[in-house]
Design a protein around this ligand. Structure first.
Ligand SMILES: Cc1cc2nc3c(=O)[nH]c(=O)nc-3n(C[C@H](O)[C@H](O)[C@H](O)COP(=O)(O)O)c2cc1C
Length: 383
């Protein structure tokens, strides 16, 4: 890739916009309703400022982290995202390869278009698996199947009892299965390279779901989400069955974090699904300090939503997160430049993070946790 064109996440986003049809870009980039939560996720990071220390000899920076038994190059993981195959053929595999090359975890979505076997055979690494409990009766069978493949970390997403009201998708007429209409076809013709690649590739499939149902049946189940009967008892049942690490993704309330500790979970992802669900939800950054204060050291705390730079990663760590997840950033990289695009986005974040540590006078993530913060957001409170 022509790296000299890409200096920040916005450069990757701009290039992604040029490479894929509008309906695909909007699917990646958009949020629920008027996108208040999506925008606040990003804006709130700007309300936190860090106070540098000087002359601390920070020439021996250590940024690796061991999280849930996984040694990671630096404290990020790739968030689960569905339909990566729509962005680029074998999209999940390309992101997983970039993640493995950069020594960070990749979480494969239930709505992935590549199989677990494909990811393992191409990367030599078992992905973390994200589960939507769309079929309560069959979930334990699915969990067993995942276990047989050798996966050790399961992430259950619980903030999608119903689908978010994504206005851009509605306006574009985008839903799965895709039903071509005049404007979608015109949109595809505007991006011939993307269209040819899509036509040359196999039709999209959802290999994590049972093989005996049709694509339409699977897509209906995944995208017309109606999983609102899920309860803590269901998560406890999975906990009892799953011997590996279990993470709950999509909590925002401290009491839910306490409940996660009570039923023996290993981690939580504080997340509002990247602002794609509830239009006016609080942001994960706002809730991070109060959640950390009630579950500190009892489970791993991840944060996602709005992380766009190395400095954002440091701010999340300083406010108590163990690690962050990034959702849209690798997708912009994938759309803009395939596997090398994703890899460059990850490297950009790592470089930004280490340079910022140098500017802050930090040698380690422990130092980052001690930096002085000036907080201009009244809804974020911490000691
Ligand atoms: C295109 C797209 C698809 C997503 N699909 C899933 C999914 O299948 N499962 C899931 O748990 N979260 C999904 N998410 C949410 C992400 O895992 C993550 O929570 C969110 O993107 C984080 O916000 P960020 O994009 O600001 O980093 C998706 C997000 C995007 C942008």
């Amino acid at each position: 890739m022509a790296t000299n064109k890409f200096h920040s996440w916005n450069d990757w986003r701009d290039m992604a916009r040029k490479k894929v049809p509008k309906f695909v870009f909007d699917f990646i980039d958009g949020g629920a309703g008027n996108e208040a939560a999506l925008n606040r996720n990003i804006d709130l990071f700007k309300q936190i400022s860090m106070v540098p220390r000087v002359l601390k000899n920070n020439s021996h920076k250590k940024i690796t982290i061991n999280i849930l038994g996984n040694q990671c190059g630096f404290p990020i993981a790739i968030a689960p995202t569905g339909l990566n195959g729509l962005i680029k053929p074998r999209g999940d595999q390309l992101i997983a390869q970039a993640a493995a090359a950069n020594n960070i975890p990749f979480i494969l979505s239930t709505a992935a278009n590549c199989s677990i076997e494909q990811i393992i055979s191409k990367t030599g690494v078992c992905p973390w698996i994200q589960l939507y409990v769309i079929n309560k009766a069959g979930v334990l069978k699915l969990v067993e199947k995942i276990r047989e493949k050798g996966c050790e970390i399961l992430v259950i997403t619980i903030d999608v009892p119903v689908s978010g009201n994504r206005l851009r998708d509605l306006k574009n007429g985008f839903k799965m299965p895709l039903r071509p209409n005049f404007s979608l076809i015109a949109d595809c013709l505007n991006r011939p390279q993307w269209s040819i690649a899509r036509m040359m590739d196999k039709p999209l499939s959802f290999p994590l779901l049972e093989s005996d149902s049709s694509f339409k049946a699977k897509a209906d189940r995944l995208f017309s989400r109606n999983f609102d009967s899920l309860s803590w008892n269901d998560i406890t049942r999975i906990r009892d069955q799953w011997p590996g690490k279990l993470i709950l993704k999509g909590i925002l309330h401290p009491d839910d974090a306490v409940e996660a500790v009570r039923i023996g979970l290993d981690g939580v992802v504080i997340s509002n699904h990247g602002g794609r669900q509830l239009e006016n939800t609080v942001t994960p950054l706002e809730m991070l300090p109060s959640i950390v204060s009630v579950v500190k050291n009892k489970l791993a705390v991840f944060l996602d939503g709005g992380v766009r730079s190395g400095e954002d990663i440091l701010k999340a760590i300083a406010l108590g997160a163990d690690s962050v997840l990034v959702g849209r950033l690798p997708l912009y990289g994938l759309a803009a430049g395939g596997e090398s695009g994703v890899s460059e986005v990850i490297s950009m974040l790592e470089t930004e993070m280490t340079n910022s540590m140098a500017l802050l006078g930090c040698n380690s993530l422990e130092d980052v946790r001690k930096i002085m913060i000036v907080n201009r957001c009244p809804s974020i409170s911490f000691n």
